[in-house]
Unconditional design. Structure first.
Length: 370
């Protein structure tokens, strides 16, 4: 018996009773649990750590001077130092050497690493006052070379003279001061259309954090818009081959797997599947979520008849990645029996390796019949 031939058997095995399911009605659900929470921020501890990273007043890249964030100078940075005497201005460009020193005017080997431009300005002014009466100095960073972050994956780096870059590239971005994650992405030219914006990995300080850019962009959740530090790595994954998906099975015209982008709610999923058949028991439509082997999934019941014929949109549940929508032929009596009988199908859809190990011995398929 082929694998696909197994599906009708499993579905018919589950649909044998005439009493209504004792699942969780969608209309009575106060808050639907979202399996994508694992992709957002996995633990409360991580969530708090990420939130703190959005509020830092100082890191390796910048520190605040009188409440204003200033870049911290490091080796290989190029400084532009301007000296003014009356109306005369003279500008000199100096590079911070590998030891973190510069030489300017009468001053040799001046340590500037760890200082901001305003602090170097004050230091030079004080040191030059021994040689020049009332020196007037301005210090700017002309080229930022000492601090950077690495961007990997689905980034659209902009290249001079190349127009808008659409193919994915990775690269290093030099940091020029206080820079948020969204600032960094914008400076890199954004991300490609294949980027999985809900699962962006930030590797900082030897730890990995999961950032949901969708929440920042669409929901304005600034608690995830972290401030980037020197040496951080931002890894933006590519969407899976099929992208986020939902499964629609049972008494529908076209059973199959559909893109979550096109089937964002129950009605949308049913429409993509070509509507229901004449044998469907609409009021007993099920949504299975968070299925894991050995654990009881969240099974919700929606009255599709009330949605389609009475306009009761309170039951038109929003779907998430991995949801299984099942329209039965008969009323389902016992939810535990239904889950047990449907488990091979769920294993095949979500955990194919487990399905193979559990139901096959070499080339033979085992089916437990009552």
């Amino acid at each position: 018996m082929g694998v696909m031939a197994l599906f009708p058997f499993l579905i018919m095995e589950a649909c044998y009773s005439s009493t209504a399911i004792k699942g969780t009605p969608v209309k009575d659900l106060a808050e639907v649990r979202d399996q994508k929470i694992a992709k957002a921020i996995s633990t409360q501890k991580d969530k708090e750590a990420v939130a703190k990273m959005t509020e830092v007043k100082e890191n390796k890249v910048f520190k605040e001077i009188s409440g204003i964030p200033e870049y911290i100078i490091g080796p290989l940075d190029v400084l532009e130092i301007t000296s003014r005497t009356g109306e005369k201005r003279s500008t000199e460009t100096v590079t911070v050497d590998n030891r973190g020193r510069i030489s300017y005017s009468f001053i040799d080997n001046l340590d500037v690493v760890g200082l901001t431009p305003s602090e170097v300005d004050n230091l030079l002014t004080n040191r030059l006052s021994s040689y020049i009466k009332n020196p007037r100095i301005d210090v700017l960073v002309k080229e930022f070379k000492s601090k950077s972050a690495l961007l990997l994956g689905e980034f659209s780096f902009l290249r001079a003279g190349a127009g808008t870059q659409t193919r994915a590239e990775s690269g290093r971005m030099y940091l020029k001061g206080k820079t948020t994650l969204m600032d960094l992405i914008a400076q890199a030219g954004g991300y490609t259309e294949d980027a999985d914006v809900k699962v962006t990995r930030l590797i900082s300080g030897g730890r990995t954090y999961i950032i949901n850019l969708f929440d920042i962009i669409e929901k304005g959740d600034e608690t995830q818009n972290v401030i980037i530090n020197d040496g951080d790595i931002v890894d933006m994954s590519k969407l899976p081959e099929f992208g986020e998906r939902v499964y629609v099975l049972g008494e529908v015209t076209n059973q199959g797997v559909y893109s979550l982008r096109d089937a964002q709610d129950l009605v949308g999923a049913i429409a993509l599947a070509g509507s229901i058949t004449r044998l469907a028991t609409e009021e007993n439509t099920l949504i299975v979520r968070e299925y894991e082997p050995g654990k009881k999934p969240l099974v919700m019941m929606a009255d599709l008849r009330a949605i389609l014929r009475q306009g009761d949109l309170s039951q038109n549940i929003t779907l998430v990645d991995g949801d299984l929508v099942y329209v039965p032929r008969m009323l389902i009596g016992d939810i535990n029996d239904w889950i047990s009988n449907t488990m091979p199908l769920l294993d095949f859809l979500f955990y194919p390796k487990r399905f193979q190990d559990s139901y096959f011995t070499r080339d033979y398929l085992h089916i437990n019949r009552r």
